[in-house]
Ligand binder design. Structure first.
Ligand code: ADP
Ligand code: MG
Length: 322
């Protein structure tokens, strides 16, 4: 970093994740405002403790509709639409199954198939009744639970980006535990350099570096939260059809997009599609790019439209689809 372009980094821990804000000015008041915004959003959306608006919805399952804030209503509406996309593995009503696995929360045993099947009966996104006029959400069956864990960080990263824009900031980076959103680029460099973690590597071990300007970079990988039993990895991205962790050729999917919520949505969706279908999908959606890391040590970029990528680990093989 050039000396006339000093980066000021502010960090904290929120949502159980390390949060990093980079600015190009000493502005602790703004950093505090950003962290307050994240905390406020977490307080609305968390499903791990009461009170939160989403918890209130879950606690009233099978009983009555619950009034929520406009932003929470919109996020739930978006999550429902994505869950209802054809062949989507994304399902925001997967809460009962997520809770049962407890992955990332000391989970260490495999639930019985009967238990998973019983819980999957309570995971139908069609049973989430939205009333636009009243701004209410009603979970029609007792025992249903919304889980926004797959999109909350992306949504909040976009809220932070909007706040920074509002405050006249044109160059910044926010990293919400792996969900990165950027504004502009550092003056002295072509873009923001974002490390791509090596799956199951040491904490600071990178496969490569992604360089972006004004883009979000979101990675979802099976190595983030998992437990191991009898040589098998059980991770936190679940197949909403079977209730088991998704099992395919992928170790991680990274999405480069304008909005971080899209990054969050599409990491899960493309995870479910796998490389071949995922690439075909992206060919028809040029606003999104992806980097797939496979079990057989390939790093496959959908294109180089929106980012540069430098491979650092030559045990992996890099290829571009376009
Ligand atoms: P993270 O960035 O924290 O690793 P992801 O964006 O990859 O999170 O989403 C994983 C989280 O989403 C899980 O911890 C769980 O709460 C929820 N989840 C798991 N499987 C699904 C699914 N099929 N559809 C929607 N949400 C899911
Ligand atoms: Mg996600």
């Amino acid at each position: 970093m050039a000396t006339n372009d000093p980066v000021c980094a502010y960090s904290t821990v929120l949502m159980g994740s390390p949060i990093l804000l980079k600015l190009f000015e000493l502005n602790e008041a703004l950093a505090r405002q950003v962290f307050r915004l994240i905390k406020q959003q977490e307080n609305l959306l968390t499903v791990n403790r009461t009170p939160s608006e989403v918890m209130n919805v879950n606690l009233a399952a099978g009983q009555h509709p619950v009034n929520v804030s406009p932003s929470v209503f919109e996020l739930i509406r978006c999550a429902k639409a994505v869950s209802l996309m054809p062949d989507s593995i994304f399902n925001f009503t997967i809460g009962p199954v997520v809770k049962c696995w407890k992955i990332g929360f000391q989970g260490n045993s495999v639930p019985s198939d009967a238990e998973l099947q019983a819980r999957l009966m309570r995971c139908n996104p069609q049973d989430v009744i939205l009333d636009e006029k009243k701004q209410t959400v009603f979970l029609a069956k007792a025992g249903m639970e919304i889980d926004l864990g797959a999109i909350a960080k992306g949504y909040i990263a976009d809220c932070v980006q909007a706040l920074l824009h509002q405050q006249g900031i044109s160059r910044a980076l926010i990293n919400l535990g792996g969900n990165v959103q950027t504004l502009g680029a550092p003056d002295s460099q072509a873009g923001w350099a974002i490390g791509l973690k090596k799956p199951f590597g040491a904490a600071d071990e990178l496969i490569g570096v992604i360089e972006v300007v004004n883009k979000s970079v979101v990675t979802s990988g099976i190595y983030e939260r998992f437990f191991e039993l009898d040589g098998q990895i059980y991770h936190h991205i679940l197949d909403a059809k079977t209730g088991y962790p998704l099992d395919n050729e992928l170790l991680s999917v990274t999405i480069i997009s304008d909005r971080s919520i899209d990054g969050d949505i599409y990491t899960t969706l493309l995870y479910g599609m796998g490389v071949e279908k995922g690439i075909a999908y992206l060919a028809a959606h040029p606003a999104l790019d992806a980097i797939f890391i496979t079990r057989d040590k390939q790093v496959i970029c959908s294109s180089s439209r929106q980012f540069n990528f430098a491979l650092l680990d030559n045990r992996y093989q890099l290829s571009y689809w376009q």
